[in-house]
Design a protein around this ligand. Structure first.
Ligand code: UD1
Length: 431
């Protein structure tokens, strides 16, 4: 059988949406992109083959595969089974994450902890800023330093080394998801006990902790703000099925909501969607939850609400742009406050071009709902912002062309096919 294609979709493709169709039906969430990216780096900690299942076929996963391969760890999509990735840990020959890959995906920085812990050294390009903010990595570095790693900076790279990391007590100054994951992974192989305080509570951190435990790590406290990790001598590879993607699921629920439709998303635990479900209910939608699914029945027009992003279990910053698209067509006023990233409103000028009434004041967007948006050519420079423009297009009169879908393909698997399956008039055009 032929090798499965990597995401071959063109960077300049665009998605064209003809608005106005009411979405109906059932759709399956893919595996969680963010959970998978962390789990792929964890494979570096073990000797032997780690198998990850339910992996979404998105560009960020391909970048992580390239990065693992660049380090010398054979990593690939399975030849025959879809959504399966195989990674051979214990084979790193060049513990360096090059600029070109880290620049394309900040999550690459998470290889640093496993590299230092398992190989005694790691060299990773500094990620720099990105479209949604400055996004420093100081907490990752301070946490690894607390475990005894020596840090040097050279030519845009961070270099870390340690003969063996030592357990320590460390408190994160800000809650950071990937920072918690990075330091937690490193601590699994340190000598003695590590206590991490103010750890992130996100489901992806919990999933990583559980997988590390299945690999032989001694971790307690996942899902609380204090993680206790007793270092072990070595970890074994695992075979793990990634959880459903809560952000993709949330995006598909908003697609149902914004078209006044009725949509059921399967393959995701409702608990992981946390405050997204609460806010959708406040807009007047009826939600039904099962163990691995959520169904939404939306009123013809949603009500305006207040949304404040916050670390889990608060409202996810990764859902902020999408819910804002919904609030643009709500009855009444809404306020959306972004507290996690300082510059995550790039979708606002584009939504305005579609007729949305939004005023920005510091970290808040004041939205006055309009009865209808109008289609327009738009583009965004960030994954979730691009998703919000597709959602807006579903509710707009006429045609919306979302350019540079490169960003969408980083984190959504065949979003146009999933939406089309629910009745959306949507297609991809190659650029
Ligand atoms: C992860 C997610 C991303 C999500 C974000 C917040 C992945 C691959 N990405 O990103 O989709 O939007 O969580 O839920 O899982 N910060 C510092 N110093 C640090 C690290 C972070 O100041 O060393 C700040 C950031 O600038 C930001 C805040 O902490 O303001 C939260 O960021 P963080 O949780 O680290 O985001 P990521 O883990 O990078």
């Amino acid at each position: 059988m032929a090798r499965p294609a990597r995401s071959r979709r063109g960077a300049m493709d665009r998605i064209v949406v003809e608005g106005g169709a009411r979405l109906e039906g059932q759709v399956a969430a893919s595996g969680s992109k963010n959970a998978t990216l962390a789990l792929m780096t964890a494979a570096l900690l073990a000797d032997g083959e780690t198998v990850l299942r339910n992996v979404p076929r998105v560009r960020d996963v391909d970048v992580m595969l390239d990065l693992l391969a660049a380090l010398g760890a054979p990593a690939r999509w399975d030849d025959e089974e879809p959504a399966v990735v195989r990674i051979l840990g214990g084979r790193v020959s060049r513990p360096e994450a090059p600029y070109d890959l880290v620049r394309r995906m900040r999550a690459s920085f998470m290889v640093l902890g496993p590299l230092v812990a398992r190989y005694g050294c790691g060299r990773v390009s500094e990620p720099g800023g990105c479209a949604i903010g400055v996004r420093p990595v100081d907490q990752h570095l301070r946490g690894l330093e607390a475990l005894g790693a020596k840090v040097a900076r050279d030519g845009g790279y961070v270099e870390m080394s340690a003969r063996r990391l030592r357990g320590a007590r460390f408190r994160f100054d800000v809650t950071t998801v990937n920072g918690t994951q990075n330091v937690m992974m490193a601590a699994t192989l340190a000598e003695g006990e590590t206590v991490l305080e103010n750890a992130a509570l996100e489901p992806e951190v919990v999933e990583l902790a559980r997988v590390l435990r299945a690999m032989g790590a001694d971790i307690e406290g996942e899902g609380t703000s204090t993680l206790r990790i007793r270092g072990v001598e070595g970890l074994r590879p695992v075979d793990h099925t990634a959880s459903g993607d809560r952000i993709e699921a949330g995006t598909l629920l908003v697609a149902g909501a914004i078209t006044g439709g009725e949509v059921e998303v399967t393959g995701v635990e409702p608990r992981r969607l946390g405050a997204t479900l609460d806010r959708l209910r406040e807009t007047g939608a009826e939600l039904r939850v099962g163990p691995d699914r959520v169904a939404i029945r939306a009123p013809e027009r949603p009500r305006g609400i207040r949304v404040v992003t916050a670390p889990f279990p608060g409202f996810a910053t990764d859902m902020q742009a999408q819910i804002m698209a919904l609030l643009c067509v709500a009855e009444g006023a809404s306020v959306v406050t972004e507290t996690v990233f300082e510059n995550r409103f790039m979708h606002v000028p584009e939504l305005r071009r579609m007729g949305a009434e939004i005023a920005l004041a510091g970290r808040s967007a004041h939205v006055r709902g309009v009865p209808r948006l109008s289609g327009a050519p738009v583009m965004a420079t960030d994954l979730r912002a691009s998703a919000s423009l597709i959602l807006a297009g579903l509710a707009a009169e006429g045609e919306t062309r979302v350019n540079r879908v490169y960003h969408i393909d980083r984190g959504y698997e065949r979003i146009e096919a999933k939406l089309a399956g629910l009745g959306a008039r949507i297609r991809r055009e190659s650029g």
